[in-house]
Design a binder for this molecule. Structure first.
Ligand SMILES: [Zn+2]
Ligand SMILES: [Zn+2]
Length: 192
């Protein structure tokens, strides 16, 4: 059952679906006995533009169950993002674990269409061409796990709210005085 995450979409997720090799043809596996396994090592990278390289790496294991295919995936996605404090381009690493059963939409022996069950309404389905596509799962795990406020480094000093200077690069002169003003204001309130 997929629940639509409430968080806004924050990252430049362009996993590319099939380009990322996240589609698996499970026609053969569905004909094998329960417990049959396929293991895949994933190590893909692509350029989102001239300079940025995003990657996905890890392992995917598919196991035949009595009714479908159980997916166990352990992946790390490296995505380009923007530091929420200094607004500079940076990367974040997202570990993603998928444990989910996918159900066929066709009977593998007869080719007859199977009625989707109530619990499958969210879409963990193997399509009519016996393709198991992890894209939607990756997209949803990505949305849930993407840091809401990504940072280029934990100690990023961000932009000066007054003059906009990147305080990782330059110490602007206004930062101290605005802190002073703030403290003076607090002092006035506490004296009142
Ligand atoms: Zn930063
Ligand atoms: Zn400043």
């Amino acid at each position: 059952m997929h629940n639509t995450p409430k968080q806004p979409y924050t990252g430049p997720l362009n996993l590319g679906g099939c380009e990322f090799g996240m589609q698996f043809n499970v026609a053969q596996l569905q004909k094998e006995s329960i417990g049959s396994l396929r293991s895949f090592t994933i190590d893909e990278s692509y350029d989102t533009d001239q300079e940025a390289e995003e990657t996905i790496a890890g392992s995917v294991q598919l196991m035949r169950t009595d009714q479908g295919i159980w997916v166990s995936a352990s992946l790390t996605i490296r995505l380009r993002t923007t530091c929420s404090r200094c607004l500079q381009p940076t990367y974040c690493q997202l570990p993603i674990t998928i444990e989910e059963e996918y159900f066929p939409s066709l009977n593998i022996s007869t080719g007859a269409s199977l009625q989707p069950r109530e619990s499958d309404a969210g879409g963990a389905l193997i399509d009519n061409h016996h393709i198991l596509d992890l894209y939607e799962a990756l997209r949803q795990y990505h949305i849930v796990n993407m840091p809401m406020k990504p940072l280029c480094r934990s100690a990023c000093r961000g932009l000066c709210p007054n003059c906009g200077t990147d305080r990782n690069l330059i110490n602007c002169s206004c930062s101290m005085s605005s802190v002073d003003n703030h403290m003076n204001l607090n002092a006035q309130f506490s004296n009142a």
